[in-house]
Design a protein around this ligand. Sequence first.
Ligand SMILES: [Zn+2]
Ligand SMILES: [Zn+2]
Length: 396
Amino acid sequence: MTRLKNTILYARLVFDKNINDPDAHEKFQTMASAYEILNDPQMREVYDAHGMEGVSKGPGGPDFMDPNDMFAQFFGGNPMFGFSFGPGRKRTKGEDSVIPYEVSLEDLYNGKTIKMNMEKDVICSGCKGSGARGNAKPKTCSTCDGKGWTTINPGPRQVSRVQCRDCKGVGERLKEKERCKKCKGECVVKEKTRQEIHIEKGMADKQRIVLAGAGDQQPDIPAGDVIFVLKAQKHESFQRIGNDLLTQVKITLSEALLGFSRILVTHLDGRGIRVSSPPGKIINPNDAIILRGEGMPIFKRPDDKGDLHVVLTVEMPDADWLNTVDIKALSTLLPPKKEDIEPLPEIVDEANYEESDIGELHSTFLDQELEAQFEDDWEDEDSDDDIHGQPECQPQ
Ligand SMILES: [Zn+2]
Ligand SMILES: [Zn+2]
């Protein structure tokens, strides 16, 4: 039940953050009611035996929502939090372990098999998951008289119920010496396993690789899954857009004017891609070309590929080069310079030639743009943070 409590606390946090959500308070009340059911041993018994019908039909029973349904509804049915309602009626499968996994664009292009060592809970072989030594049966918990809770006095004339710490709210427990020696009554033991995951060619960011039944084992129900969620790393030279790739290549001024035939791109599998520009073609800065079939492999049919878009930026020669050439000869070769405009304006002023850091200007401008955008957007921002990582171990 500790984890359920944590969940409630988490939910409260989420709702506090969403204070503008008019339904938040109501949602929280519903959640608290569900917690009541799970925490009240009598109600709990009725719920476990007859489900929600039993609880609702109780004399003057309050209008509770089924805890299992409610949690599923709240969190999209994704057991990322790994709720455990103990012997809850509807729990038919163990908890899934969700593990984020970073992959490079190279891995997504070429495919990759990864072996990793993991630790998981397996049913204890010593007691076959009962937690008991021999045929020992759990007895009513003496601390709470089987109620699963005890009372505390947090202040004068105040009484609160807390979960019994000796039986963890179950109401019965094994005596110390009756517990299985191997698992110490926990029913499961940690075991190291070796997992293999296959990153297939063309897989995408956020794609899930599911190892069915490879998760933690629990007594009486099938084990949950291990789910790897791919997180694509940024690549320094390629950008992925669906099945297409985008890259930028610098060409020289002479290549822009006279054409080229050379290895333009080193691909994600190490191949060189040679491209020849058509004769007589002048390339303007930021002209783009498309290399058909050189994009990402398509998932499940990797022989088909998207396209590779290449933006050609033109690199101007530097001052050192200028010092080595005959300027006069060069000026006769290049297209003529511009003349003053005709007719000449009545007033012509002289201004100084001074270099400016356009980058700085540009970023200041961008910042303002972003700020304006942020002010528009931030109210719609989703404040729920994803919770990743493996669910904590929950001994029964
Ligand atoms: Zn055991
Ligand atoms: Zn107890």
